[in-house]
Write a new protein. Structure first.
Ligand SMILES: [Cu+2]
Length: 147
């Protein structure tokens, strides 16, 4: 009797496992962009501009066309370009990543520029939302730090 039962249970278990794996993509939409390792600069008192930094990792093509934050009135993608002896900020109209590409926004290079800095009182974290050309919104909550 055990000889009949054991294969039956094994088959049942295998079927359950297969259906659980099969269900996974439907339950959780595939993420094409992961936002990590980020922080938002806490500007000195009176300063109404700030910047946010993070790492973007794409599993599919992504073209980011807008950025938003409840901490600021306007958010722009910026990069740094050399102008003689100076490094100047320049706005990027969009940020594109190829499948598998990782792009780091860090001090001295690409960054998210926050204009009209107006965080809620005592805020220690803030949301940054990046908007794909297809309308997908990617939101991450980042800590506020001085550096
Ligand atoms: Cu900037």
């Amino acid at each position: 009797m055990n000889a009949f039962r054991a294969p039956g249970l094994a088959l049942l278990f295998a079927t359950l496992l297969a259906s659980a794996v099969g269900c996974a993509p439907a339950e959780e939409a595939p993420r094409t962009l992961t936002l990590s390792e980020g922080w938002i600069r806490l500007p000195p008192p009176g300063q109404d501009r700030s910047a946010a930094y993070l790492t973007l990792a794409a599993t599919a093509s992504v073209t980011l066309v807008a950025a938003e934050s409840p901490l600021a009135q306007r958010v722009e993608f910026h990069t740094m370009v050399r102008d003689g002896d100076l490094m100047r900020m320049r706005q990027l109209p969009e940020v594109s990543l190829a499948p598998g590409e990782t792009r780091r926004f860090a001090p001295g290079g690409d960054h998210l520029m926050l204009f009209g800095w107006a965080p809620p009182a005592e805020a220690r974290v803030g949301e940054i939302t990046l908007v794909d050309a297809d309308g997908t919104r990617y939101t991450v909550t980042l800590p506020l730090r001085e550096r």
